[in-house]
Design a protein around this ligand. Sequence first.
Ligand SMILES: [Zn+2]
Length: 358
Amino acid sequence: MSASLFSGTYQEARQRFLEAARRADTAVQHHVHPLKGAAGEEIGTDTALLGPSDADKLFIVSSGTHGPEGFSGSACQLAILNDELAKRAADRGIALLLIHAVNPFGFSHLKRTNEDNIDLNRNFNDFAAPYPDNPVYEQIHDLLVPKAWPPSPENEQQLGAAMARLAGQRNPGVSSGQARHADGLFYCGTAPAWSNHTIRSILRTHGTKRRHIAWIDVHTGLGPYGHGEKIFGRHSEATTKRARAWWGSDLIVSTATESVSPRTFGHITGCAPEECPGVAITPTTLEYGTVPNPVVRGALRGEAWLAGHPDAPEPVARAIRRSVRDAFYVDADDWKGMILGQFRALALQTINGLAAEQ
Ligand SMILES: [Zn+2]
């Protein structure tokens, strides 16, 4: 049953989300993206608001910040729409906002980055100030994005040696974000992307009048198979204390060495305090493990190479897209069950936590 909540394409995921949202009698809004999807379809970020719209507490669940990571986030959102969770939240004075496909272009075209090779989780920064240097990424960029695809054995060998040398480097780490290579991985862009503007406008519409906002942004691709790590950014002591009270001490602060991810700059949930000043915000990134890290890295390298070679032969492009999908979405029932089970537990903890706040 749980596996059936996962869709095979963005188009299917969007259609099922919108149908379930209509059946649940929610307020739906569409933010249509200027470009088309992989099958020529309209793409966009859709929102569904459930429960008491004027509630002073709001629980946000967002999906697809990193394109095909949206297969899991979308299934979690569909689970909410098909479940009694929203009613449970509503009974406790909490509204639920589902943001479907933050990066609809990447979701449909099977790429983690957006239409401009921007990593959206590095794009929510202050572009008036310089993006932090990333000397660790600088050491490895030329090896990460190879001249030819597939990469030569020499390239693989040199990259393996460089990764081993940099393995202990964190904060910044290779994936913290970088501003110098538009053709590279973890690129922050030079201005707020379409998705950045869209998310901020959704927050202004739905968030500014609340007292409390909890936000779970669902991701995949890091960590042990099927394990959901609750990654938490650097926040005030009060926010950290509140988050631990709701979600437990297995909340992992992203600057800690045990986190699956180094600290990143320009994180999506960082815009919530900017757009909703005075509101108590409690955010987490729920990060599910998929396949071993070198496999994920190989897929991302292919994605970056393909972005720089739009004239690549169709079979090569198709194989790369497929490898990206497989790196972020495991099409297996045990994995899907783990995703939904852990999501449900975290969602219930969030509802209980929000309900207990004054
Ligand atoms: Zn992600």
